[in-house]
Ligand binder design. Structure first.
Ligand code: UDP
Ligand code: MG
Length: 309
């Protein structure tokens, strides 16, 4: 008998929890025929609705269901981490509660593991039902990210994964506070098979990701998995040094040949504001990395548990 731990991060998903459970149980026959038992971890990420109550209802009738409830909202990344830490299965699956990660795909994912893969990942090949602007920026982000980071970050990759305990332990060994899971999955490596499917819209409720939240998250991804912006800041410094050298020579020659000391005022203002803008921008980049370092150095816990069943 092998044990599968399924981790389901939930933030205000009271409507989806029962559906998810029902849908997940449809794999029962498959599990039985392959000698797999499962434990289902609902990680309540500080929900303000009845998510906890819904999970408790399930626990009352099924001993395989577990609850980890956070003291507040720590984010999906923290929920995944908690699930990995608390579960002990030979296989670990991470699925969203809103059924955008269909549990019906699990048999196909297991087939890949049985073939010898260490991990099975999924990516959606369409972005049906998503605002056009959001899709555009998402594509840009992945293009940029793959140029400036050595870690492979796949466009459209979901956090829906099935992996062996070895991979789960590898994920746990990355104890960083700023957890950009798309990058973390790529960073640990291992033999990964990619399954593709069309985007599925969430069953009930609304996405927790506003455009602004996604934008901030993308910056997190860049600073967590690339130091290219720092190199860019240094490059700008060198570029502007060279430029000012050229300008000095130009000014000296103009003075000697034309004897014109005052006509440069407007251009001077332009140059000063341009360079100070670039300086502040570069300082901001350095600040971003400093802020991340600051948060890491504090070594705050990734999550705090309020209740565990
Ligand atoms: N989620 C979470 N904490 C959060 C935000 C989201 O645990 O702070 C969970 C949410 O309940 C869902 C999954 O993460 O199971 C994905 O969230 P959502 O569907 O809002 O994101 P999307 O699918 O739109 O990317
Ligand atoms: Mg969703």
């Amino acid at each position: 008998m092998k044990l599968l731990s399924a981790i389901v991060p939930c933030y205000n998903e009271e409507e989806n929890v029962p559906y998810f459970y029902e849908e997940f149980l449809k794999n029962d026959a498959f599990f039985k025929s392959n000698d797999i038992t499962f434990e289902l971890f609902f990680v309540d990420d500080g929900s303000k609705d009845g998510t906890v109550a819904e999970v408790k209802k399930l626990i009352a009738k099924d001993a395989r269901v577990h609850l980890i409830s956070f003291s507040r909202n720590f984010g999906k990344e923290a929920a995944i981490y908690a699930g990995l830490e608390k579960s002990g299965g030979d296989y670990v699956a991470v699925l969203d509660a809103d059924l955008q990660d269909p549990p019906s795909l699990l048999p196909e994912m297991f087939a890949a593991l049985f073939e010898g893969y260490d991990s099975v990942a999924t990516r959606r090949v369409t972005r049906k039902g998503e605002p056009v602007i959001r899709s555009f920026f998402a594509r840009m982000f992945y293009k940029l990210m793959n140029k400036i980071s050595k870690t492979d970050i796949v466009d459209g990759a979901r956090d829906f994964r099935l992996m062996t305990r070895q991979v789960a332990d590898a994920l746990l060994s990355m104890k960083e506070y700023n957890r950009f899971s798309k990058g973390i999955f790529g960073w640990v490596g291992y033999e990964t098979k990619w399954l593709e499917y069309d985007n599925i819209e969430r069953k009930k409720g609304e996405t927790k990701w506003s455009f602004w939240k996604l934008f901030v998250y993308s910056l997190e991804g860049i600073t967590s998995f690339s130091t290219a912006p720092l190199a860019f800041a240094a490059f700008m410094g060198v570029l502007f040094c060279l430029l000012s050298f050229a300008l000095i020579i130009f000014t000296i020659i103009r003075k000697v040949v034309f004897g014109d000391p005052t006509s440069g005022w407007p251009s001077l203002v332009c140059i000063i504001s341009l360079i100070s803008g670039v300086q502040l921008f570069c300082l901001g980049i350095v600040g971003q990395y400093l802020a991340k370092t600051y948060m890491e150095v504090k070594k705050r816990p990734i999550y705090l548990v309020k209740e565990e069943i």
